[in-house]
Ligand binder design. Structure first.
Ligand code: G4P
Length: 489
Protein backbone atom coordinates (compact mmCIF):
# COMPACT_ATOMS: atom_id res chain seq x y z
CA UNK A 1 0.00 0.00 0.00
CA UNK A 2 1.36 3.44 -0.84
CA UNK A 3 1.55 6.17 1.85
CA UNK A 4 -1.59 7.98 0.64
CA UNK A 5 -3.64 4.80 0.82
CA UNK A 6 -2.32 4.16 4.32
CA UNK A 7 -3.39 7.67 5.39
CA UNK A 8 -6.83 7.43 3.78
CA UNK A 9 -7.71 4.23 5.61
CA UNK A 10 -6.96 5.60 9.07
CA UNK A 11 -9.66 6.83 11.42
CA UNK A 12 -8.56 8.27 14.75
CA UNK A 13 -11.37 9.26 17.06
CA UNK A 14 -12.67 9.45 20.61
CA UNK A 15 -16.07 8.69 22.12
CA UNK A 16 -17.41 11.45 24.35
CA UNK A 17 -20.33 10.85 26.68
CA UNK A 18 -21.93 11.73 29.98
CA UNK A 19 -21.18 8.94 32.49
CA UNK A 20 -23.57 6.00 32.15
CA UNK A 21 -24.66 6.81 28.61
CA UNK A 22 -23.10 3.50 27.52
CA UNK A 23 -19.55 4.32 26.40
CA UNK A 24 -18.04 1.14 27.80
CA UNK A 25 -20.80 -0.97 26.27
CA UNK A 26 -20.44 0.70 22.88
CA UNK A 27 -16.65 0.41 22.93
CA UNK A 28 -17.00 -3.27 23.71
CA UNK A 29 -19.29 -3.75 20.71
CA UNK A 30 -16.85 -1.93 18.43
CA UNK A 31 -14.13 -4.28 19.60
CA UNK A 32 -16.39 -7.20 18.81
CA UNK A 33 -16.67 -6.00 15.21
CA UNK A 34 -12.98 -5.36 15.05
CA UNK A 35 -12.49 -9.04 15.91
CA UNK A 36 -10.55 -7.91 18.95
CA UNK A 37 -12.80 -9.90 21.26
CA UNK A 38 -15.00 -12.86 20.42
CA UNK A 39 -18.08 -12.22 22.48
CA UNK A 40 -19.10 -9.12 24.34
CA UNK A 41 -21.06 -9.12 27.57
CA UNK A 42 -20.15 -12.60 28.73
CA UNK A 43 -18.18 -12.95 31.93
CA UNK A 44 -15.13 -14.02 30.00
CA UNK A 45 -15.34 -11.09 27.64
CA UNK A 46 -16.03 -8.74 30.51
CA UNK A 47 -12.74 -9.77 31.94
CA UNK A 48 -11.04 -9.46 28.55
CA UNK A 49 -12.68 -6.12 28.10
CA UNK A 50 -11.52 -4.93 31.50
CA UNK A 51 -7.98 -5.44 30.41
CA UNK A 52 -8.88 -4.03 27.02
CA UNK A 53 -10.32 -0.77 28.21
CA UNK A 54 -9.09 1.78 30.62
CA UNK A 55 -11.12 0.30 33.40
CA UNK A 56 -8.08 -1.07 35.16
CA UNK A 57 -7.73 0.83 38.36
CA UNK A 58 -9.40 -0.49 41.44
CA UNK A 59 -10.38 3.02 42.39
CA UNK A 60 -12.30 3.21 39.14
CA UNK A 61 -14.14 0.00 39.86
CA UNK A 62 -14.89 1.08 43.41
CA UNK A 63 -16.22 4.44 42.34
CA UNK A 64 -17.85 3.22 39.12
CA UNK A 65 -16.09 5.87 37.05
CA UNK A 66 -13.28 5.81 34.60
CA UNK A 67 -10.56 8.36 35.21
CA UNK A 68 -7.83 7.20 32.91
CA UNK A 69 -7.74 6.93 29.19
CA UNK A 70 -6.01 4.54 26.87
CA UNK A 71 -6.08 3.66 23.23
CA UNK A 72 -7.60 0.73 21.39
CA UNK A 73 -6.38 -0.05 17.92
CA UNK A 74 -7.86 -2.52 15.50
CA UNK A 75 -8.48 -3.30 11.84
CA UNK A 76 -12.02 -3.32 10.50
CA UNK A 77 -13.30 -3.51 6.93
CA UNK A 78 -10.01 -2.30 5.47
CA UNK A 79 -9.77 0.60 7.96
CA UNK A 80 -7.16 1.02 10.63
CA UNK A 81 -9.06 2.28 13.66
CA UNK A 82 -7.38 4.20 16.49
CA UNK A 83 -10.00 4.62 19.20
CA UNK A 84 -8.88 6.99 21.91
CA UNK A 85 -10.56 6.34 25.19
CA UNK A 86 -11.44 9.38 27.29
CA UNK A 87 -11.94 9.41 31.06
CA UNK A 88 -15.56 9.46 32.11
CA UNK A 89 -15.31 11.97 34.95
CA UNK A 90 -15.57 15.69 34.56
CA UNK A 91 -12.66 16.42 36.94
CA UNK A 92 -10.52 14.91 34.19
CA UNK A 93 -11.53 17.43 31.54
CA UNK A 94 -7.91 18.33 30.88
CA UNK A 95 -6.98 14.75 30.09
CA UNK A 96 -9.99 14.58 27.77
CA UNK A 97 -8.89 17.80 26.11
CA UNK A 98 -5.43 16.42 25.40
CA UNK A 99 -6.94 13.22 24.05
CA UNK A 100 -9.18 15.20 21.73
CA UNK A 101 -6.14 17.14 20.49
CA UNK A 102 -4.88 13.81 19.16
CA UNK A 103 -8.21 12.83 17.55
CA UNK A 104 -9.58 13.67 14.12
CA UNK A 105 -13.23 13.22 15.07
CA UNK A 106 -15.53 12.33 17.96
CA UNK A 107 -18.53 10.10 18.41
CA UNK A 108 -20.87 11.83 20.83
CA UNK A 109 -22.92 9.26 22.66
CA UNK A 110 -26.30 10.23 24.13
CA UNK A 111 -28.64 8.28 26.36
CA UNK A 112 -31.87 8.30 24.34
CA UNK A 113 -33.89 8.72 27.52
CA UNK A 114 -31.90 11.73 28.67
CA UNK A 115 -30.65 13.52 25.57
CA UNK A 116 -27.89 16.12 25.98
CA UNK A 117 -26.55 16.00 29.57
CA UNK A 118 -24.17 18.36 31.40
CA UNK A 119 -20.95 16.42 30.70
CA UNK A 120 -22.02 16.03 27.05
CA UNK A 121 -22.20 19.82 26.84
CA UNK A 122 -18.75 20.30 28.36
CA UNK A 123 -17.10 17.72 26.13
CA UNK A 124 -18.87 18.96 23.03
CA UNK A 125 -17.59 22.48 23.80
CA UNK A 126 -14.03 21.12 23.48
CA UNK A 127 -14.85 19.49 20.13
CA UNK A 128 -16.34 22.74 18.88
CA UNK A 129 -13.28 24.68 19.99
CA UNK A 130 -11.09 22.30 18.02
CA UNK A 131 -13.44 22.20 15.02
CA UNK A 132 -13.68 18.41 15.32
CA UNK A 133 -16.30 16.59 13.25
CA UNK A 134 -18.85 15.07 15.62
CA UNK A 135 -21.00 12.03 14.87
CA UNK A 136 -23.90 11.39 17.24
CA UNK A 137 -25.14 8.03 18.47
CA UNK A 138 -28.42 8.01 20.37
CA UNK A 139 -28.16 4.94 22.57
CA UNK A 140 -30.60 2.95 24.74
CA UNK A 141 -33.42 3.11 22.18
CA UNK A 142 -34.57 -0.24 23.57
CA UNK A 143 -35.80 1.70 26.59
CA UNK A 144 -38.39 4.49 26.77
CA UNK A 145 -36.69 7.32 24.93
CA UNK A 146 -37.26 10.96 24.06
CA UNK A 147 -38.88 11.56 20.68
CA UNK A 148 -36.13 11.43 18.03
CA UNK A 149 -37.17 14.81 16.63
CA UNK A 150 -36.88 16.30 20.13
CA UNK A 151 -33.30 14.97 20.30
CA UNK A 152 -32.36 16.66 17.02
CA UNK A 153 -33.92 19.88 18.35
CA UNK A 154 -31.98 19.57 21.58
CA UNK A 155 -28.67 19.26 19.71
CA UNK A 156 -29.47 22.56 18.06
CA UNK A 157 -30.86 24.26 21.17
CA UNK A 158 -28.30 23.13 23.76
CA UNK A 159 -25.18 22.71 21.64
CA UNK A 160 -25.88 24.95 18.66
CA UNK A 161 -25.11 21.93 16.50
CA UNK A 162 -27.03 21.27 13.30
CA UNK A 163 -27.78 17.61 12.90
CA UNK A 164 -29.37 15.35 10.34
CA UNK A 165 -30.66 11.81 10.67
CA UNK A 166 -28.26 9.34 9.08
CA UNK A 167 -30.79 6.79 10.21
CA UNK A 168 -34.01 6.84 12.22
CA UNK A 169 -35.35 4.41 14.80
CA UNK A 170 -38.11 2.00 13.85
CA UNK A 171 -40.11 1.83 17.07
CA UNK A 172 -38.90 2.74 20.52
CA UNK A 173 -38.61 0.95 23.86
CA UNK A 174 -39.85 -2.63 23.61
CA UNK A 175 -40.97 -2.10 20.01
CA UNK A 176 -37.54 -0.85 18.83
CA UNK A 177 -36.72 -3.27 16.03
CA UNK A 178 -34.64 -1.49 13.45
CA UNK A 179 -33.34 1.64 11.82
CA UNK A 180 -34.33 3.20 8.52
CA UNK A 181 -32.30 5.56 6.38
CA UNK A 182 -34.52 8.55 5.59
CA UNK A 183 -32.85 8.88 2.19
CA UNK A 184 -33.96 5.87 0.17
CA UNK A 185 -35.72 4.27 3.17
CA UNK A 186 -33.34 1.31 3.34
CA UNK A 187 -34.38 -0.46 6.52
CA UNK A 188 -32.36 -2.72 8.78
CA UNK A 189 -34.43 -4.98 10.98
CA UNK A 190 -32.84 -6.53 14.04
CA UNK A 191 -33.61 -9.57 16.05
CA UNK A 192 -32.52 -9.82 19.66
CA UNK A 193 -29.76 -12.26 20.50
CA UNK A 194 -29.48 -13.68 23.98
CA UNK A 195 -27.95 -10.92 26.11
CA UNK A 196 -26.81 -8.90 23.08
CA UNK A 197 -23.51 -10.70 23.35
CA UNK A 198 -23.11 -11.34 19.67
CA UNK A 199 -24.08 -9.11 16.81
CA UNK A 200 -27.86 -8.84 16.57
CA UNK A 201 -29.19 -10.67 13.56
CA UNK A 202 -30.19 -8.11 11.01
CA UNK A 203 -31.71 -8.17 7.59
CA UNK A 204 -32.19 -5.50 5.03
CA UNK A 205 -35.77 -4.74 4.22
CA UNK A 206 -38.16 -1.80 3.88
CA UNK A 207 -40.95 -0.28 5.90
CA UNK A 208 -43.56 -2.28 4.01
CA UNK A 209 -42.12 -5.47 5.44
CA UNK A 210 -45.01 -7.11 7.37
CA UNK A 211 -42.60 -7.67 10.28
CA UNK A 212 -42.50 -3.90 10.83
CA UNK A 213 -46.24 -3.51 11.01
CA UNK A 214 -46.64 -6.50 13.27
CA UNK A 215 -44.07 -5.03 15.67
CA UNK A 216 -45.25 -1.42 15.59
CA UNK A 217 -48.93 -1.61 14.72
CA UNK A 218 -50.49 0.23 11.78
CA UNK A 219 -50.89 3.53 13.60
CA UNK A 220 -47.28 3.86 14.76
CA UNK A 221 -46.04 2.80 11.35
CA UNK A 222 -48.10 5.54 9.72
CA UNK A 223 -46.71 8.05 12.25
CA UNK A 224 -43.18 6.90 11.46
CA UNK A 225 -43.73 7.38 7.74
CA UNK A 226 -45.08 10.86 8.44
CA UNK A 227 -41.99 11.67 10.50
CA UNK A 228 -39.74 10.55 7.66
CA UNK A 229 -41.68 12.79 5.25
CA UNK A 230 -41.15 15.68 7.67
CA UNK A 231 -37.44 14.95 7.83
CA UNK A 232 -37.19 14.99 4.04
CA UNK A 233 -39.12 18.26 3.93
CA UNK A 234 -36.82 19.80 6.58
CA UNK A 235 -34.05 19.32 4.04
CA UNK A 236 -31.05 18.66 6.27
CA UNK A 237 -29.06 15.81 4.78
CA UNK A 238 -25.49 14.69 4.41
CA UNK A 239 -23.05 17.38 3.39
CA UNK A 240 -19.51 16.03 3.54
CA UNK A 241 -17.90 19.45 3.83
CA UNK A 242 -20.15 20.62 6.65
CA UNK A 243 -19.61 17.33 8.53
CA UNK A 244 -15.83 17.56 8.18
CA UNK A 245 -15.90 21.17 9.35
CA UNK A 246 -17.73 20.08 12.50
CA UNK A 247 -20.81 22.13 11.59
CA UNK A 248 -23.22 19.28 10.90
CA UNK A 249 -23.56 16.04 12.85
CA UNK A 250 -24.88 12.81 11.32
CA UNK A 251 -27.12 11.16 13.92
CA UNK A 252 -27.50 7.40 14.29
CA UNK A 253 -29.88 5.56 16.60
CA UNK A 254 -29.46 2.23 18.30
CA UNK A 255 -28.94 0.22 21.41
CA UNK A 256 -25.44 -0.78 22.36
CA UNK A 257 -26.52 -3.35 24.91
CA UNK A 258 -28.72 -5.32 22.49
CA UNK A 259 -26.27 -4.57 19.70
CA UNK A 260 -28.86 -2.89 17.48
CA UNK A 261 -27.54 -0.29 15.07
CA UNK A 262 -23.92 -0.44 16.24
CA UNK A 263 -22.53 -1.78 12.98
CA UNK A 264 -24.53 0.84 11.04
CA UNK A 265 -22.88 3.51 13.21
CA UNK A 266 -19.38 2.09 12.80
CA UNK A 267 -19.78 1.63 9.02
CA UNK A 268 -21.28 5.11 8.63
CA UNK A 269 -18.61 6.73 10.75
CA UNK A 270 -15.73 5.00 8.95
CA UNK A 271 -17.18 5.82 5.53
CA UNK A 272 -18.00 9.48 6.24
CA UNK A 273 -15.52 10.23 9.00
CA UNK A 274 -12.36 12.15 8.25
CA UNK A 275 -8.98 10.61 7.54
CA UNK A 276 -6.03 12.30 9.28
CA UNK A 277 -6.12 16.04 8.68
CA UNK A 278 -3.36 18.64 8.35
CA UNK A 279 -2.21 20.09 11.68
CA UNK A 280 -1.41 23.71 12.47
CA UNK A 281 2.19 24.56 13.25
CA UNK A 282 3.40 26.94 15.89
CA UNK A 283 4.25 30.22 14.20
CA UNK A 284 1.71 29.75 11.40
CA UNK A 285 1.06 27.38 8.54
CA UNK A 286 0.26 23.71 8.78
CA UNK A 287 1.65 20.35 7.85
CA UNK A 288 -0.28 17.84 5.73
CA UNK A 289 -0.25 14.13 6.58
CA UNK A 290 1.16 13.45 3.10
CA UNK A 291 4.24 15.56 3.86
CA UNK A 292 7.27 13.23 3.68
CA UNK A 293 8.86 14.81 6.78
CA UNK A 294 8.13 12.73 9.86
CA UNK A 295 6.34 14.64 12.61
CA UNK A 296 4.50 13.66 15.77
CA UNK A 297 3.60 15.12 19.16
CA UNK A 298 3.31 13.68 22.64
CA UNK A 299 -0.21 14.12 24.03
CA UNK A 300 -0.21 11.79 26.98
CA UNK A 301 2.07 10.15 29.48
CA UNK A 302 1.10 7.25 31.68
CA UNK A 303 3.04 5.50 34.41
CA UNK A 304 2.50 1.88 35.44
CA UNK A 305 -0.21 1.08 32.88
CA UNK A 306 0.60 -2.51 33.44
CA UNK A 307 1.67 -3.42 36.97
CA UNK A 308 3.70 -6.27 35.47
CA UNK A 309 5.87 -3.82 33.54
CA UNK A 310 6.05 -0.82 35.88
CA UNK A 311 7.11 1.58 33.19
CA UNK A 312 6.19 4.95 31.85
CA UNK A 313 4.68 5.25 28.42
CA UNK A 314 4.55 8.41 26.31
CA UNK A 315 1.79 8.40 23.69
CA UNK A 316 2.54 9.97 20.33
CA UNK A 317 0.19 10.98 17.60
CA UNK A 318 1.86 10.63 14.21
CA UNK A 319 1.02 13.69 12.08
CA UNK A 320 3.05 13.27 8.89
CA UNK A 321 5.62 11.07 7.21
CA UNK A 322 6.38 7.48 8.02
CA UNK A 323 7.46 6.14 11.37
CA UNK A 324 9.91 3.28 11.57
CA UNK A 325 10.97 1.61 14.80
CA UNK A 326 14.31 2.80 16.13
CA UNK A 327 14.36 5.98 14.03
CA UNK A 328 16.12 9.06 15.41
CA UNK A 329 14.20 12.30 15.49
CA UNK A 330 14.73 15.77 16.83
CA UNK A 331 13.07 16.78 20.09
CA UNK A 332 12.63 20.55 19.90
CA UNK A 333 12.31 21.04 23.65
CA UNK A 334 15.50 19.13 24.43
CA UNK A 335 17.29 20.50 21.38
CA UNK A 336 18.70 17.09 20.53
CA UNK A 337 18.08 13.84 18.74
CA UNK A 338 16.18 11.06 20.48
CA UNK A 339 15.88 7.48 19.34
CA UNK A 340 12.34 6.11 19.21
CA UNK A 341 13.03 2.57 20.28
CA UNK A 342 10.64 -0.25 20.84
CA UNK A 343 7.40 1.46 19.77
CA UNK A 344 4.17 -0.21 20.86
CA UNK A 345 0.64 -0.33 19.63
CA UNK A 346 -1.91 -0.61 22.37
CA UNK A 347 -4.99 -2.49 23.11
CA UNK A 348 -5.80 -1.17 26.54
CA UNK A 349 -3.15 -2.76 28.68
CA UNK A 350 -2.04 -5.20 26.03
CA UNK A 351 0.73 -4.10 23.72
CA UNK A 352 2.37 -5.17 20.49
CA UNK A 353 5.64 -4.00 19.03
CA UNK A 354 5.25 -2.15 15.75
CA UNK A 355 7.85 -1.61 13.07
CA UNK A 356 6.02 0.99 11.04
CA UNK A 357 3.30 3.60 11.57
CA UNK A 358 1.53 6.25 9.52
CA UNK A 359 -0.24 9.57 10.07
CA UNK A 360 -3.22 9.11 12.37
CA UNK A 361 -1.57 6.30 14.30
CA UNK A 362 -1.03 6.44 18.03
CA UNK A 363 2.16 4.92 19.38
CA UNK A 364 3.36 4.24 22.87
CA UNK A 365 7.04 4.63 23.70
CA UNK A 366 8.89 3.64 26.81
CA UNK A 367 9.70 6.91 28.45
CA UNK A 368 12.63 7.24 30.77
CA UNK A 369 11.65 10.84 31.38
CA UNK A 370 12.94 12.32 28.11
CA UNK A 371 9.49 12.78 26.55
CA UNK A 372 6.93 15.22 27.91
CA UNK A 373 3.38 16.13 27.02
CA UNK A 374 3.45 18.69 24.21
CA UNK A 375 6.86 17.64 22.81
CA UNK A 376 7.27 17.86 19.05
CA UNK A 377 9.28 15.06 17.45
CA UNK A 378 10.35 15.46 13.86
CA UNK A 379 13.17 14.95 11.43
CA UNK A 380 12.82 18.64 10.61
CA UNK A 381 14.55 20.59 13.38
CA UNK A 382 12.53 23.73 12.71
CA UNK A 383 9.11 22.15 12.89
CA UNK A 384 7.03 22.73 16.03
CA UNK A 385 3.44 22.05 17.03
CA UNK A 386 1.63 24.52 19.29
CA UNK A 387 1.74 23.84 23.02
CA UNK A 388 -1.16 21.91 24.48
CA UNK A 389 -2.83 24.39 26.82
CA UNK A 390 -3.07 23.65 30.54
CA UNK A 391 -6.28 24.07 32.44
CA UNK A 392 -6.11 26.41 35.43
CA UNK A 393 -5.94 24.58 38.77
CA UNK A 394 -8.83 25.24 41.10
CA UNK A 395 -7.87 22.98 44.02
CA UNK A 396 -4.65 23.14 45.99
CA UNK A 397 -3.02 21.18 48.74
CA UNK A 398 0.23 20.00 50.29
CA UNK A 399 0.99 16.30 50.22
CA UNK A 400 3.18 14.75 52.91
CA UNK A 401 4.36 11.16 53.06
CA UNK A 402 4.52 8.86 56.03
CA UNK A 403 7.96 8.69 57.73
CA UNK A 404 10.55 6.52 55.99
CA UNK A 405 8.82 6.54 52.62
CA UNK A 406 10.33 9.70 51.21
CA UNK A 407 12.35 7.98 48.46
CA UNK A 408 9.34 6.13 47.05
CA UNK A 409 7.23 9.26 47.48
CA UNK A 410 9.63 11.46 45.49
CA UNK A 411 9.98 8.90 42.70
CA UNK A 412 6.21 8.36 42.50
CA UNK A 413 5.46 12.04 42.55
CA UNK A 414 8.02 12.77 39.85
CA UNK A 415 6.55 10.11 37.57
CA UNK A 416 2.91 10.86 38.21
CA UNK A 417 3.32 14.63 37.85
CA UNK A 418 4.59 13.96 34.36
CA UNK A 419 1.12 12.72 33.44
CA UNK A 420 -0.10 16.27 33.83
CA UNK A 421 -3.22 15.63 35.94
CA UNK A 422 -1.70 17.36 38.96
CA UNK A 423 0.72 20.31 38.82
CA UNK A 424 3.41 21.22 41.33
CA UNK A 425 4.17 24.72 42.59
CA UNK A 426 6.69 25.89 45.12
CA UNK A 427 5.35 28.25 47.75
CA UNK A 428 8.24 30.46 48.82
CA UNK A 429 6.54 31.01 52.17
CA UNK A 430 5.95 27.34 52.90
CA UNK A 431 8.28 25.64 55.39
CA UNK A 432 10.78 22.95 54.32
CA UNK A 433 10.55 21.26 50.95
CA UNK A 434 6.80 21.02 50.79
CA UNK A 435 5.47 21.12 47.26
CA UNK A 436 2.21 22.85 46.69
CA UNK A 437 0.07 20.77 44.37
CA UNK A 438 -2.74 22.01 42.21
CA UNK A 439 -5.44 20.16 40.28
CA UNK A 440 -8.48 20.96 38.21
CA UNK A 441 -10.76 18.73 40.30
CA UNK A 442 -10.55 17.19 43.79
CA UNK A 443 -10.78 13.65 42.45
CA UNK A 444 -7.33 14.06 40.92
CA UNK A 445 -5.80 14.36 44.39
CA UNK A 446 -7.65 11.27 45.45
CA UNK A 447 -6.36 9.33 42.45
CA UNK A 448 -2.81 10.65 42.98
CA UNK A 449 -2.77 9.52 46.62
CA UNK A 450 -4.27 6.17 45.72
CA UNK A 451 -1.67 5.58 43.04
CA UNK A 452 1.24 6.74 45.21
CA UNK A 453 0.24 4.19 47.78
CA UNK A 454 -0.63 1.33 45.41
CA UNK A 455 2.01 1.77 42.76
CA UNK A 456 4.92 3.16 44.82
CA UNK A 457 4.10 2.10 48.36
CA UNK A 458 4.03 5.72 49.58
CA UNK A 459 1.20 6.46 51.97
CA UNK A 460 0.42 10.20 52.12
CA UNK A 461 -1.65 12.80 53.91
CA UNK A 462 -3.18 15.70 52.08
CA UNK A 463 -3.55 19.09 53.67
CA UNK A 464 -6.08 20.99 51.58
CA UNK A 465 -5.37 24.67 51.11
CA UNK A 466 -7.87 27.37 50.62
CA UNK A 467 -6.44 28.83 47.40
CA UNK A 468 -8.60 29.07 44.31
CA UNK A 469 -6.20 30.20 41.56
CA UNK A 470 -2.48 30.23 40.79
CA UNK A 471 -1.13 33.01 38.59
CA UNK A 472 2.25 34.04 37.25
CA UNK A 473 3.01 37.63 38.21
CA UNK A 474 5.59 39.79 36.53
CA UNK A 475 7.60 42.45 38.28
CA UNK A 476 9.84 42.79 41.27
CA UNK A 477 9.29 42.03 44.97
CA UNK A 478 8.04 45.59 45.51
CA UNK A 479 5.22 45.13 43.08
CA UNK A 480 4.33 41.82 44.68
CA UNK A 481 4.18 43.54 48.07
CA UNK A 482 1.90 46.19 46.57
CA UNK A 483 -0.42 43.47 45.31
CA UNK A 484 -0.44 41.86 48.76
CA UNK A 485 -1.14 45.19 50.40
CA UNK A 486 -4.08 45.65 48.03
CA UNK A 487 -5.37 42.25 49.16
CA UNK A 488 -5.20 40.72 45.67
CA UNK A 489 -2.88 37.92 46.69
P1 G4P B 1 -20.45 4.40 30.60
O1 G4P B 1 -19.23 3.65 30.19
O2 G4P B 1 -20.85 5.46 29.61
O3 G4P B 1 -20.45 4.94 31.98
O4 G4P B 1 -21.69 3.39 30.54
P2 G4P B 1 -21.76 1.79 30.51
O5 G4P B 1 -21.42 1.27 29.17
O6 G4P B 1 -21.07 1.25 31.70
O7 G4P B 1 -23.33 1.63 30.68
C1 G4P B 1 -24.04 2.14 31.77
C2 G4P B 1 -25.27 1.29 31.99
O8 G4P B 1 -26.14 1.44 30.86
C3 G4P B 1 -24.98 -0.20 32.11
O9 G4P B 1 -25.96 -0.75 32.98
C4 G4P B 1 -25.24 -0.72 30.71
O10 G4P B 1 -25.58 -2.07 30.66
C5 G4P B 1 -26.42 0.16 30.31
N1 G4P B 1 -26.56 0.30 28.85
C6 G4P B 1 -25.60 0.60 27.95
N2 G4P B 1 -26.12 0.63 26.72
C7 G4P B 1 -27.42 0.33 26.85
C8 G4P B 1 -28.49 0.19 25.91
O11 G4P B 1 -28.35 0.34 24.71
N3 G4P B 1 -29.73 -0.13 26.44
C9 G4P B 1 -29.93 -0.31 27.77
N4 G4P B 1 -31.15 -0.62 28.16
N5 G4P B 1 -28.93 -0.20 28.67
C10 G4P B 1 -27.71 0.11 28.21
P3 G4P B 1 -25.62 -1.14 34.48
O12 G4P B 1 -26.86 -1.72 35.05
O13 G4P B 1 -25.02 0.05 35.16
O14 G4P B 1 -24.46 -2.17 34.35
P4 G4P B 1 -24.48 -3.67 33.80
O15 G4P B 1 -24.67 -4.49 35.01
O16 G4P B 1 -25.60 -3.79 32.83
O17 G4P B 1 -23.14 -3.83 33.18
Amino acid sequence: MNPSEEIDRRRTFAIIAHPDAGKTTLTEKFLLYGGAIQMAGSVKARRAQRSATSDWMDIERERGISVTSTVLQFEYGGYKVNLLDTPGHQDFGEDTYRTLVAADAAIMLLDGGKGVEPVTEKLYAVCRLKGLPVFTFVNKMDRPALAPLAILDELRAKLGLDAYAANWPVGSGPSFCGVVEPAGRRTLLFERQEGGSREALSRESDLDDPAVESKLGAESLAALKEELDMLSAAGLSHDAEMVRAGLLSPVFFGSAVTNFGVRALLDGFLRMGPPPAPRPLSGGGEIAPQDPRFSAFVFKSQANMDPRHRDRIAFLRVVSGRFTGGMSVHNRRLGREVRLNNPKEFFGRERDTVTEAHPGDILGLMNGGQLRIGDTLSDDRELRFPDIPRFPCEHFGVLRCAPGLRKAFVKGLEELLEEGAVQAFRDPKAPGNDLLLGAVGPLQFEVLRYRLENEYGARTDLEKLDYRVARWVEGGPGELEALRAAGTC
